[in-house]
Design a protein around this ligand. Structure first.
Ligand code: PMP
Length: 391
C-alpha cells in the first residue's frame, strides 16, 4: 500500500516503544511446547508456559484429538448456532456442567472471546461493570464492547469495591468481575467477602478462573471449589482450556437463564466459527485426567513449594501466590528485560512482563511452574536466578 501521511507517526511510535524497553518481539519455537523447548534455535528449560499440569502433550489427550479428527475432520464448518456445534462440543459442555456443579455450560474458541461474551452478552449502555484493577485485558475489553459504564476497584480491596457499589447504588444492573487467580500476580480473589458484598448490593458476579481451574480446589475444580464452604451461591464462571487443560478454548458455566441470554446476545459466540470438534474431544480427555488423577496437581504443588522456599532463601521478591504463577518483582522495565536475557544465556526461559500488561514500575519475571518440571529443573532455575543476581 502506498505510504500515507500518518505512516510516519506509526514508525515513530514503534521506535519509541523500543526506546522505552516495551517492544514485544515475536519468537519462533521449533518442535513441541513443553518444559524442554527450542526457541529461535536455542534449547531452554521453559518456565513460561501455562500448561500447568503438563497435559498438552499427554498421549491420551493427543489420541482423543486424533480420533475425533479422523471421524469429523478438522474444521467445525460454521458457528455453533449454524450446525458448527458437534456431539463432542455437546459432551464437553455436559461434562463441564457436572464438573463445575452449574446448570449449563457454553464453549468458546478462546478465553478472550468468552470474556467478551460474558460481559457484552449481559450488560448494556447504562448498566455498571465493576472490575478489579488487575483483571485480565479481555475482561476490560468485554466492558468496552458492552458500552456499560466501567468502574475499577483497587486490587482485591473489598473496601474499594464497597465504595464503588455505594457510588452506583442507584443503578439497577451491576456486575462485579474478577479473576479467580490473578494472571500476573498469582494471588487469589477474596471470594467470600466479594460474594457477601455482591449479595448485599444485588450485583451479579463473574469469576474468570483461567489460572485456578486444574490447579486449586479439590479435583482441580478451581477457586469456587477452594472457597466452597464459605460461599452460599456460585458466581458465573469463566474457565479456559489453554492452561491446565492443555488444549485451547474456553467455557462459561452458569444457570440456564444466563447461558440462554448469552446464547442469544453474545456477539463473540454468535458471529464466529465454532472451534474444531477434535479440540472439544481432547479437552474432554484432559478434563477426565484432571478429575481422576490428583498426582499431576500434587507434583505441581511440590514444585511450587520447592521454588518458593528456594526463592525466599535467595531473598527474591516473590509475591503472595500459592499457585503455579510465581512472579519475581523487578520494577524497572529495562532491568527486567536484561535479567530475562541473562537467564536465557543460562538456558532458562521466563516471561518478562512489562506495562501495559502490568502497572508501571512493576515489571517482573513471570515464572510459571508445571507438574512436568522436575525437582532438578527447578533447582537449575534457582541457581540461574542466583548467578544472574536477580534481587
Ligand atoms: N483470562 C485470563 C485470566 C487469562 O490469563 C487469559 C489468557 N492469558 C485469558 C482469559 C484468555 O484466554 P485465551 O488465551 O484462551 O484467549
Amino acid at each position: 500500500m502506498a505510504q500515507l501521511p500518518w505512516h510516519k507517526s506509526l514508525q515513530q511510535a514503534l521506535v519509541q516503544r523500543q526506546t522505552d524497553g516495551l517492544y514485544r518481539y515475536p519468537r519462533l519455537r521449533q518442535g513441541p511446547q513443553g518444559v524442554n523447548v527450542k526457541v529461535d534455535g536455542q534449547a531452554f528449560i521453559s518456565f513460561c508456559s501455562n500448561d500447568y499440569l503438563g497435559l498438552a502433550n499427554h498421549p491420551e489427550v493427543v489420541k482423543a484429538f486424533q480420533k475425533a479428527a479422523d471421524q469429523e475432520g478438522v474444521g467445525s464448518g460454521a458457528a455453533h448456532l449454524l450446525t458448527g456445534h458437534s456431539q463432542y462440543h455437546h459432551e464437553l459442555e455436559m461434562a463441564l456442567a457436572a464438573f463445575t456443579g452449574q446448570q449449563k455450560v457454553m464453549t468458546f474458541a478462546t478465553g478472550y472471546m468468552a470474556n467478551l461474551a460474558v460481559i457484552d452478552g449481559l450488560m448494556n449502555r447504562g448498566d455498571v461493570v465493576i472490575q478489579d484493577k488487575l483483571n485480565h485485558a479481555s475482561l476490560l475489553d468485554g466492558s468496552r464492547l458492552s458500552q456499560a459504564t466501567l468502574y475499577r476497584y483497587a486490587h482485591n480491596d473489598m473496601a474499594s469495591l464497597h465504595q464503588r457499589l455505594h457510588q452506583t447504588a442507584n443503578i439497577e444492573r451491576k456486575l462485579i468481575v474478577s479473576d479467580g487467580v490473578f494472571s500476573m500476580d498469582g494471588d487469589m480473589v477474596a471470594l467470600p467477602e466479594l460474594m457477601a458484598l455482591a449479595k448485599q448490593h444485588h450485583a451479579g458476579v463473574v469469576i474468570d478462573d483461567a489460572h485456578g481451574l486444574g490447579v486449586v480446589g479439590d479435583a482441580g475444580k478451581g477457586t469456587l471449589q477452594y472457597f466452597a464452604d464459605q460461599i452460599a451461591e456460585k458466581p458465573i464462571l469463566v474457565g479456559t482450556f489453554g492452561k491446565a487443560f492443555g488444549t485451547a478454548g474456553a467455557f462459561i458455566a452458569a444457570d440456564e437463564l444466563i447461558i440462554e441470554t448469552l446464547t442469544q446476545h453474545a456477539r463473540s459466540y454468535i458471529y464466529t466459527t465454532a472451534p474444531p470438534p477434535a479440540i472439544a474431544a481432547a479437552t474432554l480427555a484432559a478434563l477426565q485426567i484432571n478429575q481422576h488423577d490428583d498426582a499431576y496437581r500434587q507434583r505441581l504443588q511440590a514444585r511450587i513449594e520447592q521454588f518458593r522456599q528456594g526463592a525466599s532463601q535467595l531473598g527474591l521478591k516473590i509475591m503472595a501466590s500459592q499457585t503455579a504463577i510465581q512472579p519475581i518483582l523487578i520494577g524497572d522495565d529495562k532491568q527486567a528485560l536484561k535479567l530475562g536475557q541473562q537467564l536465557e544465556e543460562h538456558g532458562i526461559l521466563t516471561g518478562v512482563i512489562r506495562p501495559p500488561t502490568v502497572p508501571k514500575n512493576t515489571a517482573r519475571l513471570r515464572i510459571t511452574l508445571s507438574a512436568a518440571h522436575t525437582e532438578v529443573q527447578v533447582n537449575q532455575l534457582l541457581s540461574a536466578l542466583e548467578q544472574c543476581h536477580v534481587h
